[in-house]
Design a protein around this ligand. Structure first.
Ligand code: BT5
Length: 266
């Protein structure tokens, strides 16, 4: 890795309340999410950040893979012990998307948008994704890991055929390289701020900001659920972070997990 924990701490510069108190950087891991879980088990504190230069088994949602070539992108996971009730689990992903998108916009000036629930898009192409994994015990979230994958300096040639149609990178969008250490520092600072708001139950502030950054609300979407597909208009987000959609017969559905494809521009 071209930067050390010390470099990253210097780039963060300000004091964070919880995120980044411990930072661990690896050259290669199977998945930073799995590693963050392992570190939590070993007693590392909530807020521990894990970064790797390469993932050999990078994970997407629902058993999908996250393509993670060496040295180009950011693969980062944040280990957490949230105190929010499990019913707000989806909100942790939305909070993370707000933090990452705000940080990306500040550092790169690229108008990154969020697609519900976990995609970061530029011109409808994916430059980043978030995978939240949780352990729930009874009425409590025992632990959570938020995994953040950002395509930073991948070129068109680096993008494998299977995702060429749907993926992009910050470098492709802007025509310049970005420093992963500075991007990671921005994300850690923003994450610290937005995560504290979630912990303080400031859900409306988070959802309002999410809506401002989203390209989902107001658009016609296709939603693929485990048992069916829906075509609908994305209308709003409820206070648990679910997507409220209006079907063609005028009825509404609340979606808490699924894949959304944007069909028509606003
Ligand atoms: C996601 O899943 O978007 C969550 C991605 C989270 C990755 C981070 S990296 C650090 C941490 N450690 C991990 O092991 N994971 C997290 P999902 O919405 O299911 O999207 C996965 C789909 O995106 C794949 O099926 C591909 O179609 C596409 N894809 C895979 N790699 C990609 C990439 N590098 N850029 C853009 N799209 C990609």
């Amino acid at each position: 890795m071209e930067f050390t924990v010390e470099d990253l701490k210097k780039a963060i510069s300000s004091k964070t309340l919880e995120i980044g108190k411990e930072i661990v950087i690896y050259d290669e891991v199977e998945s930073t999410n799995s590693m963050a879980n392992e570190l939590l088990k070993q007693g590392y504190p909530s807020g521990t950040v894990v970064i790797a230069d390469r993932q050999i088994k990078g994970k997407g949602r629902l058993g999908r893979k996250w393509i993670s070539p060496y040295g180009k992108n950011l693969y980062m996971s944040i280990a957490l012990k949230p105190t929010i009730p499990p019913k707000y689990a989806t909100l942790l992903t939305l909070t993370s998307a707000v933090a990452c998108t705000t940080a990306l916009r500040r550092y790169t000036d690229i108008p990154v948008m969020i697609k519900w629930p976990n995609d970061m898009l530029v011109d409808d192409k994916k430059v980043g994704g978030i995978l939240t994994e949780m352990k729930i015990e009874g009425e409590k979230i025992k632990s959570a890991v938020v995994g953040i994958g950002i395509n930073v300096n991948m070129t068109e040639e680096d993008i494998p055929e299977e995702i060429k149609e749907i993926a992009s990178s910050l470098k492709i969008c802007k025509g310049e390289e970005f420093l992963r250490v500075l991007l990671a520092a921005e994300i850690i600072k923003e994450f610290d701020k937005w995560y504290q708001l979630l912990e303080k139950r400031q859900r409306k502030t988070i959802i309002d900001r999410w809506i401002q950054l989203s390209c989902t609300i107001g658009r016609q979407v296709k939603i693929v659920l485990s048992d069916k597909e829906l075509i609908a208009v994305a209308e709003a987000i409820d206070e648990e972070g679910r997507l409220i959609v209006k079907l063609s017969d005028g009825t509404y559905e609340k979606i808490s997990a699924g894949d959304v494809t944007l069909l028509r521009t606003k």
